[in-house]
Design a protein around this ligand. Structure first.
Ligand SMILES: [Zn+2]
Length: 237
């Protein structure tokens, strides 16, 4: 074969191969851009209104950071196709209690959050909080679930794996406990403590929009993995 014809033939083979790959394989292998289509997810930004939650280093208030991160989580979940219901959007308690504060109102507030989750036909409930401890060295994200709830444990572990691998690895594991919102929820429910406001450096990071966005994407991946029934690791840039 003439050298030009030969290279032309080679070129045609390459084009044909490229066409085969572009038509056949990516359709099969490409992950859905809407992996959460059809899912309804309740995001519960912890505290709010008269209940500030923890107050950490630099005067950072838990209810504010929880709201900021929750909005970002809601955004990425919606982008992934989920319908998202927030238990509050702004600095208020879901119960609209206001005024005198105190234990009774806080219980009412928590009851409203759970009621909302149980009534809106949601598949899962994510409560977003920030941790605080007397030891200033404690750091890292941790997910909690109701003791005895297998589905909540699976959800908690799926999110914890992603947090450890792609946000901050403090060696923490998903932990069972007894929590009002989780105990009374009829759907898988977890509390995500995204980090420690009592840790000097981590508290600063938790207010950084880029870190908040990263945390939101990591939580999204954990949720997607939970629904897909695997804990496949995906690195985030
Ligand atoms: Zn809290």
């Amino acid at each position: 074969m003439h050298p030009v014809a030969k290279s032309l033939a080679r070129f045609v083979v390459v084009i044909v191969l490229l066409c085969l790959f572009s038509v056949g394989i990516p359709l099969e292998a490409a992950p859905s851009s809407k992996p959460l289509a059809g899912r309804v997810i309740v995001i519960d930004p912890g505290h709010g209104g008269d209940d500030p939650g923890a107050v950490g280093c630099h005067g950072i208030v838990e209810k504010d950071v929880a709201m900021e991160i929750s909005r970002r989580v809601a955004g990425v979940l919606r982008d992934a196709g989920a319908r998202v219901v927030l238990t509050r959007d702004g600095d208020r308690e879901p119960a609209g209690a206001g005024g005198s504060g105190g234990g009774r109102i806080q219980a009412h507030d928590l009851a409203r959050r759970v009621e909302l989750a149980n009534k809106c036909g949601a598949h899962i409930f994510l409560s977003i909080h920030l941790n605080h401890f007397s030891e200033p060295d404690e750091y890292g994200a941790q997910v909690f679930y109701q003791v005895g709830s297998q589905e909540s444990r699976k959800l908690a572990e799926a999110i914890q794996v992603e947090l450890n691998r792609n946000l901050i690895d403090s060696g923490r594991q998903a932990l069972a406990g007894d929590f009002y919102v989780c105990r009374n929820s009829r759907i898988p429910a977890v509390i995500v403590e995204v980090g420690f406001l009592s840790h000097e450096e981590e508290s600063r990071r938790l207010t950084d929009p880029a870190y908040q966005e990263r945390a939101a994407r990591v939580i999204l991946q954990g949720v997607v993995n939970y629904f897909q029934g695997n804990k496949e690791v995906k690195q985030h840039g």
